[in-house]
Design a protein around this ligand. Sequence first.
Ligand SMILES: Cc1ncc(COP(=O)(O)O)c(C=O)c1O
Length: 359
Amino acid sequence: MTRVMNFSAGPAALPQAVLERARDELLDFRGSGMSVMEMSHRGKPFMAVAEKAEHDLRKLMNIPEDYSVLFLQGGATGQFAAIPMNLANGQGMDYVDTGAWSGKAIKEAQKYGPVNIVASSQASGYDSIPDRATWNLDPNAAFVHYTPNETIGGVEFPDIPEVGDVPLVADMSSTILSRPIDVSKFGVIYAGAQKNIGPAGLTVVIVRNDLLKRERGAVPAVLDWALQAENDSMYNTPPTFGWYLAGLVFEWLLDQGGLEAMAEVNQRKATKLYQYIDNSAFYRNPVEPSARSWMNVPFILADDALDGTFLNEADAAGLSSLKGHRSVGGMRASIYNAVPESAVDTLIEFMADFENRHA
Ligand SMILES: Cc1ncc(COP(=O)(O)O)c(C=O)c1O
């Protein structure tokens, strides 16, 4: 068996130790005589899995008690609709436009009520974060939504924007668990699992409990946060395997030393890759340095006619999934928690060798 170095943007690399444990537990889950996928979500063995996962996520992220943690289906895209439906009830909503994913969130929200785009980096090709001083916030908005890390553009907010008393809602799909964050600064945090949490099919929503009491119109049951919170995310059948695997990832993260330890490694990985790119005349990263993502590093080759050769040679060297998103082209290395620092070192060595041979 050969496992490649996987730079996929999502679904993405999972820690090998987690996969090995899942393999070992697959056929007979902890003495139950069945796999975790084959048992009732309401039985004791799965309830223990569910509770431990939530407990460990709360510990990792230091989630205050007055927040609910939901384990849902429907992806971050499902939440693009759930957010206006649970929070706005037709009221105006503030959105920051920083690229492809915030754009999709905006488009979905527009179906449910008036959207005010408070700031946009579109004019500069989404290569930066709009200066907070220029944001046109509405103090009466139902919430302010932003995308802390734009997975496609590789653009990341360096810190949490200050928005006063209006609840801040964040799509953390591609940055959650990459470093410690102050959860108390947010009204809602949500993330599709398939980058830093676990397999696709699970969506994590962390919501401050007072926001569950807002007046709302009709909300589909599966997207109704209050209903799901009342039912411990089991109003309907939850994504049990994803929830279980996420729990294994949370245990692995705690074993690594938690999010402070992950942040140190992640910052080191990103810094060395950007440094290499910046010092090369052959590769270029288009993002303003203050807004560069720790998780998704796009880069373009001086001659895009070499893109295919680069990708083929990278694949042959065991470096997988480096192709940039189809909407922007070029390359992208996604270096989530489960991508070891040694894989980034190997990538840099490969890039240097490729540059020597083709520049
Ligand atoms: C930042 C961000 N938001 C939203 C999504 C969409 O998530 P999903 O496919 O889980 O709906 C993605 C997808 O990869 C993403 O990176």
